[in-house]
Design a protein around this ligand. Structure first.
Ligand code: UT7
Length: 343
């Protein structure tokens, strides 16, 4: 019998320091009005000096494990989706595995930029469906504010820090991840890049002087591609799940820019109230954004077994993807788990 992969726990973490648009007016030639009108962002969170992608991920992961009523040693695999790892080596997933005490788990990182959570759900659910893992901890965490040039007004106003995590678990019922659609197109035009620090352009005094370790983006081109591909990939994932838009309880999109979200919602002909939006308070938190938004959604309203959600993203790489979820009967999964243990 084929397993499905259901979300049985979730957690998120946002750093306490708030950077408002007015704070940014002191740093670069911008205004609260420009940022709000062009992006919908009012404020974003910034990691404290002693916080990292792994430390924020660990807090979100602990919350997800607690919600799933699982111990760290019951996890088979830890995946960390991030564009801003603690180091090139070791993988951030390994640091999270160690700090949590997931002693029985494999661990690796996944870089699909802002689509990282969707790619992570795709990988995690395949591990579970194929029987190679029973429980996967997927952590999406970003410290993007360490990779923006605070003198570049076209990027520094957009990004924020944070983390979200989910536990995915095997279930014999048709629930959890119903479908995934993924896409990519290698960014040879260099629309969204961090040029230096890899094998193509190793760190040197010159790369530091040229600020080549910071993110560069041609926002307008990325914007147009994002709208086109988010709507398209959302339709593909829905078709694969054999569902239609009216059957969705909510759409939880990657939070890059309110105008992208509104354009996607209109392209899908979706009522505005079905789109969950928190970009106003977090800005663009990369791979963490959908996991953070989902955590806020689930913590703020009751969700029924059988509710359908569509998650959709576009990001650097370039990458895009969508995932359809059917909310699982978590209590039944926890009960079956307890019965197996006592048998
Ligand atoms: O997570 C996935 C990857 N990222 C995204 O999806 C982001 C996609 N892009 C965007 O969100 C938008 O393109 C931006 C918000 C980045 C920019 O908005 P835009 O409407 O595309 O503006 P633009 O780049 O065409 O720039 C318009 C003007 C320019 O001035 P001129 O050349 O018309 O005089 C910019 O220099 O706005 C200027 N500008 C600013 N002005 C005040 C750019 N950034 C700022 C700023 N404050 N922060």
């Amino acid at each position: 019998m084929m397993n499905h992969a259901a979300i049985t726990g979730w957690g998120s973490y946002s750093p306490t320091r708030i950077l408002s648009n007015h704070d940014l007016e002191e740093l670069v030639d911008t205004s609260d009005a420009w940022i709000r009108t062009r992006t919908g962002i009012g404020e974003r969170r910034v990691a404290a000096p002693d916080e990292t992608t792994s430390s924020m991920g660990v807090i979100a992961a602990r919350r997800a494990l607690e919600r799933a009523e699982l111990l760290p040693r019951e996890i088979d695999l830890v995946i960390c989706a991030s564009t801003t790892p603690d180091h090139l080596l070791p993988a951030t997933a390994c640091l999270i595995q160690q700090q949590l005490g997931c002693t029985q788990a494999g661990a690796f990182d996944l870089n699909a930029a802002c689509s990282g959570f969707i790619y992570g759900l795709a990988v995690a659910s395949q591990f579970i469906q194929g029987g190679a893992a029973r429980r996967v901890l997927l952590v999406s965490s970003e410290t993007l504010t360490r990779f923006v040039n605070w003198q570049d007004r076209s990027t520094c106003v957009l990004f924020g820090d944070g983390a979200g995590a989910v536990v995915l678990e095997a279930t014999p019922h048709c629930e959890g991840v119903l479908s995934v659609a993924l896409g990519s197109r290698g960014d040879i035009e260099r629309m969204l890049v961090i040029e230096a620090g890899g094998s193509a352009l190793p760190a040197s005094a010159d790369t530091v002087a040229r600020k080549a370790h910071y993110m560069k983006m041609r926002g307008n081109e990325v914007f147009k591609m994002a709208v086109r591909n988010m709507a398209q990939t959302a339709k593909e994932a829905l078709a694969k799940a054999n569902l239609t838009l009216p059957e969705l309880t909510a759409v939880i999109p990657h939070q890059a820019n309110l105008r992208i979200l509104t354009a996607t919602q209109e392209a899908l002909d979706l009522p505005a109230e079905k789109m969950f939006i928190n970009v106003d308070r977090h800005g663009n938190t990369g791979a963490a954004s959908i996991a953070l938004a989902m955590g806020e959604f689930l913590d703020s309203r009751p969700v029924q077994v059988g509710d359908h959600f569509l998650l959709v993203a576009f990001g650097g790489g370039l990458t895009w993807g969508a995932c359809v979820l059917r909310w699982a009967d978590i209590a039944a999964i926890v009960r079956r788990r307890a019965q197996k243990l006592s048998a």
